[in-house]
Design a protein around this ligand. Structure first.
Ligand SMILES: NC(=O)c1ccc[n+]([C@@H]2O[C@H](COP(=O)([O-])OP(=O)(O)OC[C@H]3O[C@@H](n4cnc5c(N)ncnc54)[C@H](OP(=O)(O)O)[C@@H]3O)[C@@H](O)[C@H]2O)c1
Length: 284
């Protein structure tokens, strides 16, 4: 544990997708700041390996691993049950896990996979953790979106991308931004903030297994020219821990600086419509 008391000591932080890339670098940095870190990982073996690396590097034993497949609503609800079995507080939730898929496929709940993992999972996980976050205030929710939110559009009549799959990733990342803004408004006065971010183009495992030519080309380009996961995690860490953003909410950040997101993301009627539709899809 760090010898100098940091502002994160005594705080419980949950990071999804914490075994790889930006999520792992975020979990390590928060552990180094003295926080209790709850890593959420899909695969236990990969999670254990990352946990052991984080514990060793941070010299912080307060690193925990919870397993969940975020494409499954049952798994998300079980995750929250497991979390609440061990913890009564949560000061930071970082919805980081994400993926891109070469073609349309469905989850066990019959939902389009990209929307389910990148957007509906954070929506459900956040909603079922809201009471504990409010009870732990001041608390922060950080949603890892992407610059692709700017090229995305929300197809309210085709959220499941049945007619048009190509824009599914952009749609999911724009949905995360709309969700963040609506959530921030709903949380006014509770002491819980909600912000979102683009991490930059980061050399990680992202899209590595994809066979889609467009994703493979982007991955090749990013793996050569992209920043390190440590660099890519900086905005997540800043939003999770910096006193500079205490009380700041409903904002999109790039390189730890507030930026405008896509014009459509500020449409409050669309934010509300998306929230209501999402609540039906995940039964909250
Ligand atoms: N890299 C970039 O340039 C970039 C740019 C903009 C935004 N982002 C966003 O940054 C976030 C982190 O991505 P990354 O670049 O660090 O990629 P990464 O190295 O592939 O990490 C993604 C993490 O998400 C987890 N994950 C994926 N599907 C999951 C599921 N169904 N259940 C549970 N966990 C799941 C992965 O677990 P497994 O290891 O088990 O697959 C992994 O831990 C994503 O939201 C991504 O959209 C990345």
């Amino acid at each position: 544990m760090p010898t100098v008391k940091s502002s994160m000591q005594g705080k419980i932080c949950m990071v999804t997708g914490a075994n790889s890339g930006i999520g792992k670098a975020t979990a390590l940095a928060l552990a180094q700041l003295g926080a209790t870190v709850v890593m959420v990982c899909r695969d236990r073996a990969r999670g254990e390996e990352a946990k052991s690396e984080i514990t060793t590097k941070s010299r912080n034993n307060a690193v925990d691993l919870l397993q969940a497949d975020l494409s499954s609503q049952q798994s998300i609800r079980q995750l929250v049950g497991n979390f609440q079995h061990h913890y009564t507080h949560l000061q930071v939730l970082i919805n980081n896990a994400g993926a891109a898929f070469p073609g349309r496929r469905e989850t066990v709940d019959g939902l389009e996979m990209t929307l389910a993992v990148n957007y509906l999972a954070p929506f459900l996980l956040t909603n079922v953790l809201l009471d504990v976050l409010k009870a732990s205030a001041p608390a922060r929710i950080v949603n890892v979106s992407s610059a692709t939110q700017a090229s995305g559009y929300i197809q309210m009549d085709d959220l499941q991308a049945e007619k048009h799959y190509r824009s599914a990733y952009g749609q999911s990342k724009l949905a995360e931004v709309l969700f963040t803004y609506e959530l921030a408004r709903r949380l006014q006065g509770t002491g819980v903030t909600a912000n979102c971010l683009h991490p930059g183009f980061v050399a990680t495992n992202f899209g590595q297994s994809s066979t889609a030519p467009v994703i493979r080309t982007a991955v090749k380009f990013i793996s050569r020219l992209g920043m390190s996961p440590e660099e890519g995690a900086k905005t997540s860490i800043y939003l999770a821990s910096s006193p500079e953003v205490e009380g700041v909410t409903g904002t999109y950040f790039v390189k730890s600086i507030p930026k405008r997101s896509a014009a459509i993301s500020y449409d409050e009627s669309l934010q509300r419509q998306l929230w209501e539709q999402s609540a039906k899809l995940v039964n909250v």
